[in-house]
Design a protein around this ligand. Sequence first.
Ligand SMILES: [Cu+2]
Length: 317
Amino acid sequence: MIWAQSAGSFWMPPQASTTAQEVDWVFYLIYWIALFFFLLIVGIMTVFVIQFRKREGWTEEESHESHTALEITWTVIPILIVLVIFFFGFRTYMDIHLAPANTLDIWVTGQKWQWFFKYPNGHIDENLHIPVDTPVKLILSSEDVTHSLFIPAFRLKMDAVPGRLTTAWTKAIQTGTFPVYCAEYCGTGHSDMFAEVTVHEPGGYETWLEEASNLLKQMTPVEAGAVLYKRKGCAQCHTLDGSADDGPTFLGLFGHSVKLADGSTVTVNEDYIRRSILEPGAQIVAGFDNIMPTYQGKLKEDEIAAIIEYLKTLTKP
Ligand SMILES: [Cu+2]
């Protein structure tokens, strides 16, 4: 499904960025050199093993003197080869790491267990959207542990490290939708930590951003709350079906009484939910760990209101 718009080769995902072409070129350079010498060495070895095998009447010969010309040859040729590999590898490394001027800057946050992408107008989305043929700079950070943003179709991989910012850049050359993974083991939900990158036709990115950021204007608070539940990562830890995950289920949450870790009991109302979202550590539900990140600065008041209205609709049958 995710690959539908653009198939790669048998070995490789599609080459959807300029970097992908460069990286594959270096990869195949090393690959063919390695294959050539593998066949050469194993071939000669096989011939020698057969030709000089121990035969009837065999006697051990004295070992030969060293052969200076031969030794220089098998030192100089490999040096030249690794220098060639270094030259192309280093050139590509620099191209990957030095972003050009005038990039479109998107902030990326890794969090247990989801990626968030923040666009220049402040919109935060669970997927990456970029325009084709435009240099895009990704500025990465992490809310908790080390994650690694991995977009195989762009041959892009960069760690998101808590307490510092890292950057990566790319220029997509193919429109379509490609997978985004986390490539650094970051806990139980690591393998669920995937997203999509959509490369838009010229003009498509602007239209998408306009629509995506006007969520609350386009739909009712309950509908918007349902979208935010997915888009803001609540679904990574909470469920709607009554089963507990890393966090309590949202089914029948509103109005029921909750036992807290300190032994007290509270009835879930609007204010309790708002506080649970902004200060998750303040009132911990009994039986759960304090792992929920705060949404301070990540959800606006009207978005929290929409989530509350949505949670109210999740009554038990
Ligand atoms: Cu991760």
